[in-house]
Write a protein that binds this ligand. Structure first.
Ligand SMILES: [Zn+2]
Length: 147
């Protein structure tokens, strides 16, 4: 299935750990809790995947964010200007409102997308972590990140 556990789309949209698709990427489930919308645990609570595999890993998510922003602008422009027939400044206003409203969500979606590009689903990762002795957990997760 295209939208079930194990598919990239599922992991990205549900904002799950890219390795096990079970652990949440963000500490707070609500992206509109603005004080904590970008908070992420250091590691996946389910499979122990590091959520910062390299220093400043998520800087690259800015490029993904840019892509989503362009797509959002084009879509908003088409709806506001062509379908609804709004004028220039109303369309600009609509772009501003849509950007503000969807901003925190797109921030998270960009991070999730970027992370899923580099770390791939491993259906056994959650079981391995549960079975592994505590002192071996972090090392096994780090190796999986590099492969
Ligand atoms: Zn995980």
């Amino acid at each position: 299935m295209a939208f079930s556990k194990g598919s990239k789309l599922y992991g990205i949209v549900r904002m799950k750990c890219p390795r096990c698709h079970e652990g949440d990427l963000f500490t707070n489930p609500n992206p509109y809790n603005l004080a904590h919308f970008s908070d992420m645990p250091r590691r996946c609570p389910v499979c122990n995947q590091s959520y910062e595999p390299e220093p400043n890993f998520f800087y690259g998510a800015m490029y993904v964010s840019y892509g989503y922003a362009v797509a959002l602008f084009v879509a908003t422009y088409i709806v506001a200007n062509s379908w609804l027939g709004l004028g220039l400044w109303q369309t600009v206003g609509a772009l501003g409102v849509v950007s503000l409203v969807l901003g925190p969500f797109l921030f998270r979606l960009s991070r999730s997308t970027y992370f899923h590009l580099f770390v791939h689903f491993d259906p056994k990762s959650a079981e391995i972590h549960r079975a592994a002795p505590t002192n071996q957990r972090s090392s096994s997760a780090d190796i999986a990140t590099k492969s």
